[in-house]
Design a protein around this ligand. Structure first.
Ligand code: MN
Length: 398
C-alpha cells in the first residue's frame, strides 16, 4: 500500500502510479501529480540521486528536458519507487490540486503546429475551397505544418481574450476591423521535446527527443483566418493564444497506447518510414460550458509524432529542449468526433445544442472549453491527461 492517501491514486484511476505527469506549482517548483494532489519534489530532493537532485529542486522542467532520455527513465523509475512505497519520504507534502496554481512548466522554445488529421483536413478543405479537391496533393506525402508563436503558449486556465483583427466575408465590400465573430477551438495533442539539440532526427530515434505529451487547445479566429491565410498560411488568426495542459504525461507512460496509424495510400520517402509506428490511442473529450460535444479519436491521425519530428528536422533545422509541436486538430470520421467548432457546426450552418438549451456555432464571451483525454495503460489501467481549459473574455476596446 502506498503512503499516499488519495482515493484517486489507485491503479484504476487515470492519475494513478502508472501516469505520474510532471508540472510546476506556483511557489513550489517541479511537482508530480498523484491522483488529485500535487507532490512537490524540492522538499524531497534528498531522496533522489545526486544527478537528479538538482533537476527536481528547480523552478521549471527546463533542466529535466535538457537532461535527455536516460535521465528521464531514471527519474521516472525513482519517482515510481517513492510514490508506491509504504512510507513517505522525509519532508514530503501533498497539496490538493484545488489549492495550487500551476505555472507553464517549461520555457517554450519553438512551436510548430501540424495538420495531421485526414478528416479535419478534408472537412476544412470542403468549407474553405468548396470547388477543389478537399485534400491537397502534398498531404499524403508529408506532414503539413507551420511555425507558430512560442511566446503566446500559455498554461491551461489562462483567460482567452477575444482577438481583434481584419476579416472580409464574401459579401463585405471592404475588409472590416474588430473583434473576431468566429472564435473557435482546435483540440490537439502536443509533444514536448528534450535531449541534446540536434537536426535530422531519424524517425526511429524520435522518442530520444520527445519527453512527453500534453493536450493543446489551438484557439483560432476563423474569420481572420479565412481573409489572411492565402498565400502563406495561418498568422494572427492563431498567434494570439495557444493553451497547453499543466501536467505533462511522460512518453514512457504510453507504451501500452501505441497503435499503427491508418495508411496514407501511397509510398513514403524513406526518412518517414517507421520500423514501429508511434501512433497513440488517446481518446479526447471536448466540453463546451460543461456539455460533452465531441470525442475526437487520436488513433485516427494519419501522421505520427515521430514522422512529424523527422520531417521538421530533415532539412537541417534543429530541435531544442522546450520545443513544442502539436498534432493538428484531431477529428475522427463521425460528426461527434470533430475537434473544432467550425466542423461541428459546419461553418455555422448546423449549430450545436448545449445542455442549458442554448445553441452555439462559435464561442461567445463567457464560454468555457475543457479538453481532456485518456489512453490505455499497463495491465488494463488508464492513463489520464490533464485538462486544457480556457474561458473567453471580451475583446479589448480600441
Ligand atoms: Mn491547429
Amino acid at each position: 500500500m502506498s503512503w499516499i492517501e488519495d482515493p484517486a491514486f489507485g491503479p484504476d484511476h487515470p492519475f494513478g502510479p502508472q501516469t505520474l505527469p510532471y508540472g510546476v506549482v506556483d511557489g513550489q517548483g517541479v511537482a508530480v501529480r498523484v491522483g488529485d494532489h500535487a507532490l512537490p519534489l524540492r522538499p524531497i530532493a534528498g531522496s533522489f540521486s545526486e544527478r537528479l537532485e538538482e533537476l527536481v529542486a528547480a523552478d521549471s522542467l527546463d533542466a529535466v528536458l535538457a537532461a535527455g532520455r536516460p535521465v528521464w527513465s531514471e527519474l521516472r523509475a525513482r519517482l515510481t519507487e517513492l510514490v508506491t512505497a509504504g512510507s513517505a519520504p522525509r519532508c514530503a507534502k501533498l497539496l490538493p490540486l484545488s489549492e495550487v496554481t500551476n505555472r507553464l512548466p517549461f520555457t517554450v522554445a519553438d512551436y510548430v503546429d501540424f495538420y495531421s488529421s485526414r478528416h479535419h483536413a478534408e472537412n476544412v478543405g470542403r468549407m474553405f475551397r468548396p470547388d477543389g479537391d478537399p485534400l491537397l496533393p502534398n498531404w499524403t506525402h508529408l506532414p503539413v505544418g507551420y511555425h507558430g508563436r512560442a511566446g503566446t503558449v500559455v498554461v491551461s486556465g489562462t483567460d482567452v481574450i477575444r482577438p481583434n483583427g481584419q476579416r472580409k466575408g464574401p459579401n463585405d465590400p471592404a475588409p472590416v476591423y474588430g473583434p473576431s465573430t468566429r472564435l473557435d477551438i482546435e483540440a490537439e495533442v502536443g509533444f514536448v521535446c528534450g535531449g541534446p539539440a540536434t537536426s535530422r532526427v531519424s524517425v526511429n530515434k524520435a522518442p530520444e527527443h520527445i519527453f512527453g505529451v500534453a493536450l493543446v487547445n489551438d484557439w483560432s479566429a476563423r474569420d481572420l483566418q479565412a481573409w489572411e491565410y492565402v498565400p502563406l498560411g495561418p498568422f494572427l488568426a492563431k498567434s494570439f493564444l495557444t493553451s497547453v495542459g499543466a501536467w505533462i504525461t511522460p512518453l514512457d507512460a504510453l507504451s501500452q497506447a501505441r497503435v499503427v496509424p491508418p495508411p496514407l495510400g501511397n509510398e513514403l520517402q524513406d526518412y518517414l518510414v517507421e520500423d514501429r509506428p508511434l501512433g497513440l490511442d488517446l481518446q479526447l473529450e471536448v466540453r463546451w460550458n460543461g456539455t460533452l460535444v465531441s470525442r475526437p479519436p487520436f488513433a485516427t491521425m494519419a501522421w505520427t509524432c515521430a514522422q512529424q519530428l523527422a520531417h521538421m528536422t530533415v532539412n537541417g533545422a534543429t530541435v531544442r529542449p522546450g520545443d513544442l509541436f502539436a498534432s493538428g486538430t484531431v477529428s475522427g470520421p463521425e460528426k461527434q468526433e470533430r475537434g473544432s467548432f467550425l466542423e461541428l457546426s459546419w461553418g455555422g450552418k448546423e449549430p450545436v445544442l448545449l445542455d442549458d438549451g442554448t445553441e452555439r456555432s462559435f464561442l461567445e464571451d463567457g464560454d468555457t472549453v475543457v479538453i481532456t483525454a485518456t489512453a490505455p495503460g499497463p495491465d488494463g489501467s488508464v492513463v489520464g491527461f490533464a485538462e486544457v481549459s480556457g474561458t473567453v473574455h471580451a475583446a479589448p476596446v480600441d
